[in-house]
Design a protein around this ligand. Structure first.
Ligand SMILES: [Zn+2]
Length: 140
């Protein structure tokens, strides 16, 4: 067994997930490879710290009753309308942004907008080959 294979199997061995053959091969490698054996020892030590249950003491005696009371408590009406207002406002703002993005922003009052007949159209290269107008022309 190579070292990279052994290092991958160490967590599975510690979880008891290895088949007997793989477990034996890993154990044999760890007996002959001090580097992997050291890594296995460090993994075991880390595992011990991580999974050590912290002594938090017994839960308060009234905890189950408090949980049941909290679950059964009717929703507070005072907060709900404000939350719905924010949701509607956000949805409305999103709709306005999408509309503006699709249609473009409306022209400011008093702004001069070019008439379609006055818009300058740049000829595309294919048109130049066919009709050959060199300068931009006006649509009439
Ligand atoms: Zn090794």
């Amino acid at each position: 067994m190579r070292c990279d294979e052994a290092l991958k199997l160490i967590p599975d061995r510690d979880d008891g997930l290895l088949q007997p053959g793989a477990r034996a091969a890993l154990d044999e490698h760890l007996r002959t490879c001090s580097r992997c054996d050291q890594a296995a020892a460090e993994a075991r030590a880390l595992r011990t710290v991580l999974f050590m249950p912290e002594d938090v003491g017994a839960p308060p005696a009234d905890l189950p009753a408090r949980i049941v009371a909290e679950v059964q408590r009717p929703p507070q009406r005072a907060r709900a309308p404000l939350a719905w207002m924010f949701r509607y406002a956000a949805a409305f703002a999103a709709g306005v942004l999408v509309t503006l993005a699709v249609q473009g922003s409306p022209a400011a009052p008093g702004a001069t907008v070019a008439e379609p007949s006055e818009q300058v159209v740049e000829p595309i290269p294919e048109m130049i080959k066919i009709s050959a107008p060199r300068s931009p022309r006006r649509l009439r």
